[in-house]
Design a protein around this ligand. Structure first.
Ligand code: SF4
Length: 232
């Protein structure tokens, strides 16, 4: 198929992380990821089919086929936004460039969840996206580290970008300090934090919030609420 993508699943749920925690969204989970984080808890492996509202659909599919599935299954005005998630949705950049204008013309907000590693791809699709949630990969335990200079390019999109960081007991506070200094220089005013697998540690959280306050960045700790309440 000329321009097609593999979808992992499509479902209605509540945003469980970050600035928009609690809003109702349609989640389109794309298969595949360019990163291989050691702590990844998402199954993004492509199959020849996927489910949406208990109905089985064939992979891969074209942008117009995906538009049709969304129309068949959801009333868009009952949702805050459509969340493009993964995996990494931006590995399907060419597909998104065709799909997003179709869906955007229906008046729905588009919310992108990304690791921020594929910067060029963000700029190729950002015109169709209202909110960009960047999950900063900040230390080796992710198996990848974001390039701060690259992240700095997002300065022109700060009206729609917010940053999240997954923290753990082993977090390197010196590196965290460097990152906060960098994003403060970019003009970032807030940062959303959660622990890997909700393994809360008040001592670590206090240290990170101290650093945030030193840089005049408002740090928000939010547990992954979808995991707390046992939904997707
Ligand atoms: S970027 Fe996200 S989906 Fe991809 S491997 Fe890392 S945690 Fe998993």
């Amino acid at each position: 198929m000329k321009n097609s993508a593999y979808i992992k699943e499509i479902f209605s749920s509540i945003q469980g992380e970050g600035k928009y925690v609690g809003v109702r969204q349609i989640f389109i989970r794309f298969a595949g990821c360019n990163v291989n984080c050691k702590n990844c808890d998402t199954d993004y492996i492509a199959k020849s089919y996927f489910y949406c509202n208990n109905k089985r659909y064939k992979n891969p599919l074209s942008p117009s086929e995906l538009e049709k599935i969304i129309d068949e299954n959801f009333k868009l005005n009952m949702y805050h936004s459509i969340a493009l998630t993964g995996g990494e949705p931006l590995i399907h950049k060419d597909f998104l460039k065709e799909f997003l204008p179709l869906i955007k013309s229906k008046g729905v907000k588009i919310f992108l969840e990304t690791s921020g590693i594929l910067l060029d791809e963000i700029f190729e699709v950002e015109q169709y996206i209202d909110i960009i949630s960047v999950d900063l990969k900040i230390y080796e335990s992710f198996g990848v580290e974001c390039d701060l200079k690259e992240i700095g390019k997002l300065v022109s999109l700060l009206d729609k970008v917010y940053f999240k960081i997954v923290i753990s007991e082993n977090i390197d506070l010196e590196k965290m300090d460097k990152i906060l200094n960098y994003i403060k220089e970019m003009g970032v005013k807030e940062l959303y934090l959660h622990f890997i697998n909700n393994k809360f540690n008040l001592r670590i959280l206090d240290k990170i919030l101290d650093l945030c306050y030193c840089y005049n960045i408002m740090g928000y700790f939010i547990p992954q609420i979808h995991k707390l309440v046992g939904i997707k």
